[in-house]
Design a protein around this ligand. Structure first.
Ligand SMILES: [Zn+2]
Ligand SMILES: [Zn+2]
Length: 390
């Protein structure tokens, strides 16, 4: 396997720490995108900027093959005040790279550098540096800007670090791997009145209470018990005084599922319950449904190819062929709905070891020991999937 030189590893650890010092929130990744674009351009990539706001694509063609491949890294940081005490800690108050996207960007840049200098492949390589993974849906924005029309990819891959897994371990999973996340606001409209004369009112508080209980049956009575799903009513707002029946109640609901068909059927059941419950209490219901990230489904054939590359180049104990599902969400799911591919994890450090602090925690930091294996895996994937035919 191609390994990065010690000098290259040092170089990209420095790049990672530089990005870490200057974190930028979703769609504001201007400095990071400029750094990525400048480096790719200097190495001979054809660089396109401004895709989906601050997204960057670097394209490198070798040989004459029509084969195409896409690799994606995310670039955005989180609104969290850093508490790592690291020498390379964030210079931006209240903003930090608490999900390791600084590391994902640096790993892909390190691979880009190596492939430009030494890469043995035949085809077109598209390196996708995406804005706004953390809830902003930067993947969709890049796709709306014509990402896959302008840069066709036969397969796409992305890698995320994961604390709690031994450093450098590569974790694959075929099929559904990460949860969908959707949100709904339900507003109940009734007829307000005096608390002593309920017969002159239609009470949204009673309707809301009944609806909350009815919603508990979506997962317990409607969804296949072997399919994971969560329906949470996280907020109820209604009324001010003990002797006034309010005219309006609002409920905030969040939904997570791990299969596209469960996601559709849970939404449908919630919509039915909201309308039928409201009707039964004589109140009117409005539901504002906000679709968040889709279920992330790894293509079985592409996952098998990605796994085979890891098994060929890495020791067996460093490769987990079928990791567990993860209840978090990830907008690479939208890219996978369009192009077959796979999303893998790289261990950031086992529990009790450096790198074990969970992402989105103020004490989290990307493990720089992953720059070398992460980049080496990307290089191996490109050279194996776009291997020059003898
Ligand atoms: Zn995150
Ligand atoms: Zn992340």
């Amino acid at each position: 396997m191609d390994r990065l030189s010690d000098a290259a590893v040092e170089q990209f650890i420095a790049v990672r720490r530089d990005i870490h010092r200057h974190p930028e929130l979703a769609f504001s990744e201007r400095r990071t995108a400029a750094l990525v674009a400048a480096q790719l351009g200097a190495w001979g990539y054809e660089v396109t900027t401004g895709l989906g706001g601050t997204g960057v694509v670097g394209q490198l063609k070798r040989g004459s093959s029509a084969r195409t491949l896409g690799l994606r890294a995310d670039m955005d940081a989180l609104p969290i005040a850093e508490a790592t005490g690291a020498a390379w800690a964030s210079c931006e108050h209240g903003v930090m790279h608490a999900c390791g996207h600084d590391g994902h960007t640096a790993m892909l840049l390190a691979a880009a550098h190596h492939l430009a200098q030494h890469g043995r492949f035949d085809g077109t390589l598209n390196l996708i540096f995406q804005p706004a993974e953390e809830g902003g849906g930067g993947a969709l924005r890049m796709m709306e800007d014509g990402l896959f029309q302008r840069f066709p990819c036969e397969a796409i891959f992305a890698m995320h670090n994961m604390p709690g897994i031994p450093q450098g371990q590569l974790v694959f999973r075929s099929g559904p791997a990460m949860a969908s996340s959707d949100y709904a606001t339900v507003t109940l409209h009734g007829h307000g009145g005096h608390g002593a004369m309920p017969h002159k009112a239609t009470d949204v508080v009673v309707a809301a209470a009944s609806l909350v209980m009815a919603l508990q049956t979506v997962v317990s009575r409607h969804v296949d018990p072997l399919q994971p799903a969560v329906v949470t009513v996280g907020a109820i707002h209604a009324g001010e005084a003990n002797n006034v029946i309010p005219a309006e109640a609002r409920l905030e609901i969040s939904v997570r599922t791990l299969a596209p068909q469960v996601r559709r059927s849970v939404e449908q059941r919630i919509r039915e319950l909201v309308q039928l419950q409201a009707q039964s209490f004589g109140v009117r219901a409005e539901i504002a449904w906000r679709a968040g990230y889709a279920v992330l489904v790894n293509d079985s054939a592409q996952t098998a190819r990605a796994l085979a590359v890891a098994q060929k180049h890495f020791p067996a104990e460093q490769v987990n062929p079928q990791g567990p599902m993860v209840s978090g969400s990830e907008d690479f799911a939208f890219m996978l709905e369009r192009v077959p591919g796979s999303y893998l994890f790289i261990g950031n450090g086992a529990d009790g070891e450096p790198g074990a602090c969970m992402v989105h925690n103020p004490a989290y930091d990307f493990n720089d020991l992953n720059i070398a294996p992460g980049a080496a895996y990307w290089v191996a994937l490109v050279q194996d999937l776009l291997s020059p035919t003898p």
